[in-house]
Design a binder for this molecule. Structure first.
Ligand SMILES: Cc1cc2nc3c(=O)[nH]c(=O)nc-3n(C[C@H](O)[C@H](O)[C@H](O)COP(=O)(O)OP(=O)(O)OC[C@H]3O[C@@H](n4cnc5c(N)ncnc54)[C@H](O)[C@@H]3O)c2cc1C
Length: 397
């Protein structure tokens, strides 16, 4: 992470951070970019690339070393995610979705839960996912309808309900899910569980169904699925924290993971800027490169400034998190600003490419489609603004 000095904060990265960033960049350039367009067209996750990423130590970034992970801090992870998303943000999302599934276990798991479920991800090439959103409950998780009912003998919970838009559900071995143990209590009735969704032979667990890969606008390489639970049994030892602590665990998870989304959005915006600059100096109209026009220059300059600002906000959110400080406000600033400026940078990149930018012959239309999701998942840009306003005017202390 950035080095704290007696006079404040240095933006100089450590040698380890520079090395990790180079490792991620080389992986993105050598392994991710060559397959990105095809994975997008076919809407298919190139699992062999993730396997190489797992072998290289570019997955399970925040799983502590004692459970076999890379044990990276939040800022270290953001550096990696910017580079991977510069390669392809769909592939990067699926590569790092274990982080979202595992964060509740890192935050609230018992030693036994951590050993078993984090160990599963690091000892073998396995996946987890994060199951919060439901068809009727997206931004407002107090509307969650999935129920968890404790059995009379107190040994297990019975889960009924469904979730939607769950990244990597179709390849996951276990999913952190959030269900109501007390529906009358709204979000205070939410409880988190670790759900094993596969039997040892790889077939779906009893009572669990996963629908096929959703056909999406962008990040098409990343599988997104609807899942359902019918009288699924979860042993009581798979509950995360106490009953009613699910909302707190989910919010802490998102505080921790939102800077990573900011990092990915920064990586996509940077890719758009690089393509736009290269094109602007080559494309000749009116007898000169279009880059000579101030109208084009200003687009480039604004993209570059917003990328710098998004990166610094992202680093700030991550750094605060690494200091063990409350980072809700800064994580929302980072995620909101990086997402919105990525959308604008990729749209401007298409503009600079003119008609060619609107075709699949050039990579910028994919970046524009991919960018849109940053304004939606892990809390929409509107929800980030709500969080920011609430933190400013009604802080939790
Ligand atoms: C590709 C993809 C991957 C995803 N991965 C996951 C995952 O792994 N796990 C998971 O749990 N979820 C995941 N999600 C779900 C995602 O987090 C939700 O889509 C998101 O939180 C928004 O919920 P919603 O789609 O129901 O929209 P809604 O909540 O219905 O919102 C619709 C619109 O209304 C706006 N709105 C809603 N309430 C307010 C308000 N109070 N003030 C102002 N505006 C408001 C929203 O900003 C949005 O523009 C994923 C979604 C996608 C598309």
């Amino acid at each position: 992470m950035a080095v704290a000095t007696s006079t404040g904060v240095s933006f100089e990265l450590t040698d380890d951070q520079k090395e990790y960033r180079t490792l991620a960049h080389d992986f993105a350039e050598g392994e991710i970019r060559p397959v990105a367009a095809e994975a997008d067209q076919q809407s298919k996750l190139p699992i062999e690339v993730l396997r190489k990423g797992w072998d290289t130590g570019l997955m399970n970034l925040h799983v502590p070393e004692q459970y076999g992970g890379a044990g990276l801090g939040s800022l270290d992870g953001v550096l990696v995610m910017e580079e991977l998303a510069w390669g392809c943000s769909g592939i990067a999302t699926s590569m790092e979705a274990n982080g979202l599934g595992a964060a509740p276990v890192i935050i609230a798991g018992t030693e036994a839960q951590k050993e078993k479920y984090l160990g599963m991800l690091t000892e073998d090439f396995k996946f987890s996912a994060f199951g919060l959103t439901e068809p009727g409950a997206g931004s407002d998780v107090s509307g969650i309808q999935t129920t968890a009912t404790l059995s009379e003998d107190g040994t297990h919970y019975v889960i009924n309900g469904s979730k939607t838009f769950i990244t990597n559900a179709e390849i996951a071995d276990w999913i952190t899910i959030f269900a109501m143990t007390d529906k009358s209590a709204g979000h205070r009735g939410l409880t988190a569980f670790i759900m094993d969704v596969k039997k040892p032979d790889g077939s779906p667990a009893d009572g669990f169904t996963c629908e096929g890969h959703m056909d999406k606008l962008g990040q098409r390489a990343s599988p997104t699925n609807a899942i359902a639970f019918m009288d699924m049994k979860i042993p009581v030892e798979n509950r995360l924290g106490e009953e009613g602590e699910g909302f707190k665990i989910a919010m802490k998870t998102l505080d921790a993971t939102r800077p990573g989304v900011g990092g990915m959005a920064t990586g996509v915006a940077r890719a758009a800027l690089e393509y736009a600059m290269a094109y602007a100096v080559e494309r000749v109209q009116f007898g000169m490169p279009i880059a000579m026009n101030q109208g084009v220059n200003f687009l480039i300059a604004d993209m570059a400034t917003n990328i710098e600002a998004a990166r610094l906000l992202t680093w700030q959110g991550a750094w605060l998190h690494d200091q063990g400080k409350r980072a809700t406000l800064q994580s929302s600033h980072a995620k909101r600003f990086a997402a919105d400026s990525c959308m604008s940078a990729t749209t401007d990149a298409v503009q600079i490419f003119g008609g060619y930018g609107y075709t699949k012959e050039y990579p910028v239309e994919k970046l524009m489609r991919d960018a849109k999701i940053f304004q939606i998942y892990e809390g929409t840009s509107q929800i980030q603004r709500l969080v920011i306003a609430k933190e400013l005017m009604m802080p939790r202390g």
